[in-house]
Design a protein around this ligand. Structure first.
Ligand code: GNR
Ligand code: NI
Length: 171
């Protein structure tokens, strides 16, 4: 098992835009496996490649209670979003110990490639819809705190910078 290091906000690398995967080959499949290991270890319900400093359009998601229903999305594209929106309390592995509400389309349709490079489409609501949008934002270099007020974002940045310093001191 290979665990990857998750970047922490406000790391500038979280704002890089991921490039499409040209071919789903063994290299990509290894990245997917390592990302899944990292997500389950965290534990989180999703992980975008950007968060582990890999700037290619790859996501892993598992919103099941049993954490045994891995979903892989390579080159995901939003093909439809519902006009209805829904507020959801979000968290992020790159923004530890902080949760806040974000308003997003309640239902989305996403087209992507699976682990074998085969195209598929899913319509998602609930946590899966939230997670897909949250992860696709990461691939565009966007972290959920960017939907919050500047005041909240500044507070989060300061707190996490202080926390990072303390963690270095403890080593
Ligand atoms: O583990 C996670 N939980 C979560 C909860 C509500 C909304 C979004 C998420 S995604 C997050 C994992 C993560 O940071 N993915 O990028
Ligand atoms: Ni996140």
């Amino acid at each position: 098992m290979a665990l990857l290091t998750v970047l922490c906000y406000p790391d500038p690398r979280l704002h890089k835009v991921a490039k499409p995967v040209a071919q789903v080959d063994a290299r990509i499949q290894k990245i997917v496996t390592d990302m899944a290991d990292t997500m389950y270890e965290a534990p989180g319900v999703g992980l975008a490649a950007t968060q582990v400093d890999i700037h290619e359009r790859i996501l892993v998601i598992d919103v099941s209670d049993s954490q045994n229903e891995l979903m892989v999305f390579i080159n995901p594209e939003l093909v439809w979003v519902s006009p209805e929106k829904k507020l959801w309390r979000e968290g992020c592995l790159s923004v530890p110990e902080y949760f806040d509400e974000v308003d997003r389309p309640a239902v989305v349709r996403v087209r992507a490639l699976d682990i074998n490079g085969k195209e598929f489409e899913v319509e998602a609501d609930g946590l899966l819809a939230v997670c897909l949008q949250h992860e696709m934002d990461h691939l565009q270099g966007k972290v959920f705190v960017e939907y919050l007020s500047m005041l909240k974002r500044t507070r989060i940045s300061l707190k996490l910078k202080k926390r990072a310093k303390e963690l270095i001191g403890e080593r």
